[in-house]
Every structure is written in structure tokens, then in C-alpha cells.
Write a protein that binds this ligand. Structure first.
Ligand code: ATP
Ligand code: MG
Length: 556
């Protein structure tokens, strides 16, 4: 999309207004601030697209800043995964990789400044007591008995907190704002807590750690961030964001909130995602059923499709639920343009062409991608023994069934028209083999004027490769798993189906891990980047061919 055709959104309007009034001298600096306590998910992709997209659009820059203020939940594995995923999505922070932990000393100095000016105090209440004193939405809070400590005493205690003299949880530093404020965030929020934990970057240099609200705006200010975009749940924190910056009298960025992405049939809370991983409901953060970028990528999602999705859902102020079908629609559009077509039989049934000479092999020219003439053609071998899908044969044929059944004719894609002459069954009555004859005059699938409605795909038994195919369904059975008492009660027990006996055409022999392909009639697939190896092909179905979104759209 070009700039002129981009839909207007309220963030763009705010920045245009700032540029008109000269509030930031025309500068636009944004940041994406992940906490390294999990993998990025599709909701983060929305935030990333907004943060990086707005910066690019206004000729500014976007920083990557790790919000690493909670040493007990964070790890280098998450840091590395987050950077890899942002790059994969196609965004670049250049030289601007920052960490809240880079600013621990400055934050400490500023905290002392607030203590000296009587705007912060050391509190001896426990966490539990602080919660009790805070009051509720309908009741004002009560001041802590330690609220009016003298500045000198506060300064001494705060320094000793830093020096490690006190145990975890015994003291906090709190901002002295307003215990009766209707906004609970302003009822003397905690700025520092004691936590004798080793930090993945600063090691044991610190035993007090800043709270998110205290660190965030100050980090933005240090970096010269002009527009600090975050999701809606921070709206009630903005007065605090502003209070800290004003109390310090430092450069004051503008916080702007937008609605987070909610996706149907999906949970996007990092806590729930971590539980899914830790309790073994999925195989890891990159399980193809996970809404993480690592999972989506492994499933077969492309960065282009995800960026396109984020662009198309737009930026709104009101929370809403986006249909998973819409994300799938964006993927289909992208893969339709670029995925080569191949023949693959997921649940094979043997088909023997009785009048085709034993030992003879013919090659048919098959189109690689009808959407992309430059993709060219390939040769597909045909012989006497083939595999077709079990679903493509029925005895007896139900009404309006245009595929293979006794006496019926069907077109084998690219090859010949065949007529079913009989079947072989096992002792239990299950069909083990279908027999047919072919019409040599129908080469290339030419029906020569007669009515053959059905076309099915096939592979030559002697030439096909074995493959494992994994079919996925949503991880949850309901559109809003977050509304369930616990998501575990709405987990879909059939979210993964593994087909170990699939047969795929030989052109897939060297398929690169992570590459995309359309299996004609059955969907878009991706070569599994973790489990696929030469001699053991594994395909993940990214998405089926039927576009349920297009259906929803045409109804609407
Ligand atoms: P946590 O509950 O652990 O804080 P989080 O999802 O907020 O989880 P962060 O690492 O703090 O995780 O998120 C980084 C940024 O991504 C934040 O600015 C947040 O607003 C944004 N973000 C997180 N989830 C979504 C979502 N579903 N839609 C849009 N933005 C999101
Ligand atoms: Mg957060």
C-alpha cells in the first residue's frame, strides 16, 4: 500500500498534529518494548507493525528495548528468539538495541532525586499490606504509617536497600502521590522492590529492581522516544507515566494506547502460552499450533502474510475479536501467488490401470503455478500402479459424487480418463485396491466431448516418495477460550492428526526445510523445519484451500 492509500488511523492523526504544532520538532522515534519472558506471538506482531511501521512512515526510527526488569522470569533464550522473530518479520532496529537494565543506575539516581524532593518514600509494609491499604475502585486507600518518614531517613533506607541490607519483600520504595486518587495506579505506586536474584545481564550488581511503570517512561525519555505506543490496558497507567516524567522534569514522550489484537480460537496471554508449553499440551513454543511467530513460521506462515494481516486489521482504539479465518485468508492469498503446486496423496488407496502395459512409464507435463507463468512446468511420471486418495473412491457412490466409483469415469489430473472396473476387498470388507481401465485417446485429460465431471490427483506408486503429513485444527474448540473458566477445559483433543503413510510426487525429493508448496486439492503445506530430513519428509499443513473468510465476507 502506498502512503496515500493507507487508511487513516488515530495514531497517524496524533503524530500529524504533533508535527503541525512542532511538539517534537517533527521527529518520530518509537520503540517496541518486549519483556524477555516468553516468545513473541501474533499480537506482538501487531504492536511491532505499528511501532516500526509508524517510524518508517514518518522517516523516523524504532528502537528494540528489552524491558528486562524482572530477573526471575527472563532468559537469554527468550532474548535471542525475540530478536530472531522480529528480523524474520522483516523489521530492523539498526543500532538501537537497548535494555531497561542499561538504565538501572540512572533510574536509581532519579529515584534518589524524588526521595530528596519528598516525592518518594521507603515503606516497610509487606506486599500483602500494601494491597490492603490501597483500597478498591469504590474505596479510597489509607496512607501507610511510614508515608511521612523524613527525607534523610528515606534516603538512608533506600541506599541500604540497594546495598543489600534487607531481605526480599521487607521494604519498597514508593512514589508519594495520592492515596485517595480515583485512579488506583496513582495510590503511591511501588517504584522498587527488593529481589536478590541474578539478572541475565547485570548479574548480581543489583538487588533492587524497578517496577515497569517506573522504568518505562524514564527509559523512553532517555532514548528520546517521542511516541510510546502500547496496548489499551496501559491507558490507566498514562497519568503515572506522565507524573514521573513531570516530577523529574525530563524530556516527556507521548504515550498512545491502541487496542490489542484478540484472535478467535486462540489465547495470547504469555502466561497461558507458557503453561501450554510446560504442561506438554504442545511440543514447544514453536509447535505449529501455537500463535507464536515461531509456531506460525513452522506451520507455514510467511512474514509477508503476517505483515499484510497486521496492515489490514488496522489500528483501532476499541477492543475487538478478529477471526482466525481472516489470518488464514491472508496466508492463502500470499501462498497462492508463490507456492509451487504438487501432487500428493495423503491417505493412499492403490489404483491399478489394468490395460496399461506393465513396466511402461510416461511423463506428463504439469504446471508449477498457474498464478506465476515464470514458475514453469515439471514432468510427472505415470505408470500402471498408482495411488489416489481413499476419499476419491466410493462404493456405492453417494448422490452428486463425481469421483471414482464402480462403472464411473474420472479424469486423472494431467494424465488420462479412467473408468472403474472393480475393487478388491479384504476379509473385513474394506477396499484394498481399485481397478480401472484408461482411454488412450484421452491423453492429457482430454475428455473428447464426453462428460467427465471429476478430476482427481494421483501419484505413480513406483515413483512416489513416502512422507509424513501433519494436519492441524485449532488448539481450542471455542472462539473465545479466554472466556472459559480455564482454557484447559476447551482444548481441542484433535488439534493434530499425523498421517505417516502419505505418498508425494518425486519432484519433492529435495524440498528445503521451511519451503512452501500447494498439494493440489488438499491445501498449502510447509516442509517442517525441525523434523524433516532427506529420506524423511515431513509436511505441515499451513492452511486448507477452502477460504472460509471469503464465505463470511460474501455473506456479510
Ligand atoms: P505480559 O503480560 O507478560 O506483560 P505482554 O503480552 O504485554 O505480556 P510484553 O512483552 O510486555 O508482553 O509486550 C510487548 C509489547 O507488545 C507491549 O507494548 C504490548 O502492549 C504489546 N502487545 C502484547 N500483546 C499484544 C496484543 N495481543 N496485541 C497488540 N499488542 C500487544
Ligand atoms: Mg507487558
Amino acid at each position: 500500500m502506498t502512503e496515500a492509500t493507507k487508511p487513516s488511523n488515530f495514531i497517524r492523526e496524533i503524530i500529524l498534529e504533533h508535527n503541525r504544532t512542532g511538539r517534537f520538532g517533527g521527529k518520530v522515534v518509537t520503540r517496541f518494548p518486549p519483556e524477555p519472558n516468553g516468545y513473541l506471538h501474533i499480537g506482538h506482531a501487531k504492536a511491532i507493525s505499528i511501532d516500526f511501521g509508524i517510524a518508517t512512515e514518518f522517516g523516523g526510527r524504532c528502537h528494540l528495548r528489552f524491558d528486562d526488569t524482572n530477573p526471575t522470569k527472563e532468559s537469554q533464550e527468550y532474548v535471542d528468539a525475540i530478536m530472531g522473530d522480529i528480523r524474520w518479520l522483516g523489521f530492523d532496529w539498526g543500532e538501537h538495541l537497548h535494555h531497561a537494565s542499561d538504565y538501572f543506575e540512572q533510574l536509581y539516581q532519579w529515584a534518589e532525586q524524588l526521595v530528596r524532593s519528598g516525592k518518594a518514600y521507603v515503606d516497610d509494609l509487606s506486599g500483602e499490606e500494601i494491597r490492603e491499604y490501597r483500597g478498591t475502585l469504590t474505596e479510597p486507600g489509607r496512607p501507610s504509617p511510614y508515608r511521612d518518614r523524613a527525607v534523610e531517613e528515606n534516603l538512608d533506607l533506600f541506599r541500604r536497600m540497594r546495598a543489600g541490607e534487607f531481605d526480599d519483600g521487607t521494604r519498597t520504595l514508593r512514589a508519594k502521590i495520592d492515596m485517595a486518587s480515583p485512579n488506583i495506579n496513582l495510590r503511591d505506586p511501588v517504584m522498587y522492590r527488593i529481589r536478590k536474584a541474578t539478572h541475565q545481564r547485570t548479574g548480581d550488581a543489583w538487588c533492587i529492581y524497578p517496577m515497569y511503570d517506573w522504568a518505562h517512561g524514564e527509559s523512553d525519555s532517555i532514548e528520546g522516544v517521542t511516541h510510546s505506543m502500547c496496548s489499551l490496558e496501559y491507558e490507566d497507567h498514562r497519568p503515572l507515566y506522565d507524573w514521573y516524567l513531570d516530577a523529574l522534569g525530563i524530556f516527556h514522550p507521548q504515550q498512545i494506547e491502541f487496542a490489542r489484537l484478540n484472535l478467535s480460537h486462540t489465547v495470547l496471554s504469555k502466561r497461558s502460552l507458557l503453561e501450554l508449553v510446560e504442561q506438554g499440551h504442545v511440543t514447544g513454543w514453536d509447535d505449529p499450533r501455537m500463535p507464536t511467530l515461531a509456531g506460525l513460521r513452522r506451520r507455514g506462515y510467511t512474514a509477508e502474510a503476517i505483515r499484510d494481516f497486521c496492515e489490514r486489521i488496522g489500528v483501532t482504539k476499541a477492543a475487538n475479536l478478529v477471526e482466525l479465518a481472516y489470518l488464514e485468508h491472508c496466508l492463502r492469498e500470499d501462498l497462492n501467488r508463490r507456492a509451487p503446486r504438487r501432487l500428493a496423496v495423503l491417505r493412499p488407496l492403490r489404483l491399478v490401470v489394468e490395460n496399461y502395459p506393465e513396466g511402461q512409464v510416461e511423463e506428463f507435463e504439469a504446471i508449477n503455478n498457474p498464478e506465476d507463468p515464470a514458475a514453469g512446468t515439471r514432468k510427472v511420471p505415470f505408470s500402471r500402479a498408482l495411488y489416489i486418495e481413499q476419499d476419491d473412491f466410493r462404493d456405492p457412490a453417494p448422490p452428486k459424487y463425481f469421483r471414482l466409483s464402480p462403472g464411473a469415469e474420472v479424469r486423472l489430473r494431467y494424465a488420462y480418463i479412467v473408468k472403474c472396473t472393480g475393487v478388491t476387498r479384504d476379509a473385513a470388507g474394506a477396499v484394498t485396491e481399485v481397478r480401472c481401465t484408461y482411454d488412450p485417446d484421452s491423453r492429457g485429460g482430454d475428455s473428447r466431448g464426453r462428460k467427465v465431471k471429476g478430476t482427481i490427483h494421483w501419484v505413480s506408486a513406483a515413483h512416489a516418495l513416502d512422507a509424513e503429513v501433519r494436519l492441524y485444527d485449532t488448539l481450542f474448540t471455542v472462539p473465545k477460550p479466554d472466556d472459559a473458566e480455564h482454557w484447559a477445559s476447551v482444548l481441542n483433543p484433535h488439534s493434530l492428526e499425523t498421517l505417516r503413510g502419505a505418498k508425494v510426487e518425486r519432484a519433492l525429493a529435495g524440498a528445503a526445510p521451511g519451503s512452501h508448496v500447494q498439494f493440489e486439492r488438499t491445501g498449502y503445506f510447509c516442509v517442517d523445519a525441525r523434523d524433516s530430513a532427506p529420506g524423511h519428509l515431513v509436511f505441515n499443513r499451513a492452511v486448507g484451500l477452502r477460504d472460509t473468510w471469503a464465505k463470511i465476507e460474501s455473506k456479510g
